[in-house]
Design a binder for this molecule. Structure first.
Ligand code: ZN
Length: 317
């Protein structure tokens, strides 16, 4: 249980449930990226398989070690990272597999790391299995947006929501992982990450990568280079919807990062630092608003060409 930082009350209630042998068949673990969803899922899976008498998961029995080493044959990840969605076929395959008894564990645990990427068909297929699983069947759904799942799925699951970490929970761990960073940078990274460990570590590692178009956008927007921005956006008019959306989201993230830079926090990237140095908070907010509108239109099936046209009008008004 110590593997998960912070979240004291969540851990206490789980520990009490484990002691009383009240382990549910289905859990929905939610929280933003880097909040510890995978860690918590491993703890739950280990608690289900652990052979120790009490204080499960013990972390030392063979079953626990296999779960934490990611090699337990009865903890099955339902995902194909190559695909954009978690297809109904994957769920159906899991459902067939579920009726084969566990290899060595007490339970057969299905981990669905991208629950939000299941379409309605896949969710309905999953629901059928969740309604009447064999006694050894269990499901762990991970989601950064649980409200978007079918209410019938949510109501079948015990919901576990991960919380941001307090300073005294996050900072010692970050300091241990990044001994060469100054206390100020560590604290700033924790604040910038909204209290979550994963994003804070990412800031400290400086691994937030910015795409070529992201850098161009930041550069042109910083220099108020209308022509450059026009070229950049006009160049996207033939892009596909699925190409334009991540681009807009990246630009929005860069602008949001630039606002944090203006508040005195360190930048996640040179592109954001540059934006923060050259534009006011008001200008950055206005740009975020426009780009969000564009992203909504793209999601609402408005043509990419029309959305780009709208952005060009904004740039030149
Ligand atoms: Zn154990």
């Amino acid at each position: 249980m110590d593997r998960l930082l912070g979240n004291a009350s969540l851990k206490a209630s789980l520990a009490a449930a484990f002691r009383a042998d009240r382990i549910s068949h289905s859990y929905l673990i939610s929280g933003p990226a880097g909040s510890g969803k995978h860690t918590l899922a491993a703890i739950l899976a280990a608690a289900m398989q652990c052979t120790a008498g009490e204080d499960r998961p013990c972390g030392t029995c063979l079953q626990c070690r296999k779960v934490f080493d990611n090699v337990h044959p009865d903890v099955i990840t339902v995902d194909d990272p190559e695909k954009k969605t978690v297809s109904v076929e994957l769920i159906r395959r899991a459902r067939t597999d579920l009726f084969i008894r566990p290899n060595e564990g007490r339970r057969k645990v299905y981990l669905i790391p991208r629950a939000n990427d299941m379409n309605a068909n896949a969710q309905n297929a999953l629901l059928k299995v969740m309604e009447e699983p064999p006694s050894y069947g269990a499901f762990l759904l991970l989601s950064d947006n649980p409200e978007k799942l079918l209410p019938t799925i949510r109501s079948r699951c015990v919901s576990l929501r991960l919380s941001p970490l307090e300073a005294d929970e996050a900072i010692p761990a970050l300091r241990a992982a990044f001994p060469d960073r100054s206390p100020e940078r560590i604290r700033a990274a924790w604040e910038r990450a909204g209290g979550f460990y994963g994003p804070a570590a990412e800031v400290l590692r400086g691994t937030q990568t910015v795409s070529e178009q992201g850098r161009r956008f930041a550069d042109c927007f910083s220099r108020r280079d209308r022509l450059g921005l026009t070229e950049l956006i006009a160049g996207q008019e033939r892009a596909k919807r699925e190409q334009l959306l991540p681009l807009l989201n990246e630009w929005i993230e860069l602008l949001a990062d630039a606002i944090r830079v203006r508040a005195g926090l360190p930048a996640g990237s040179e592109a954001a630092a540059c934006l923060g140095r050259s534009r006011t908070v008001r200008e950055l907010l206005e740009a975020i608003r426009r780009l969000q509108q564009a992203a909504e239109l793209v999601q609402g099936n408005v043509g990419v060409g029309a959305v780009c046209g709208g952005l060009l009008l904004w740039l030149n008004d």
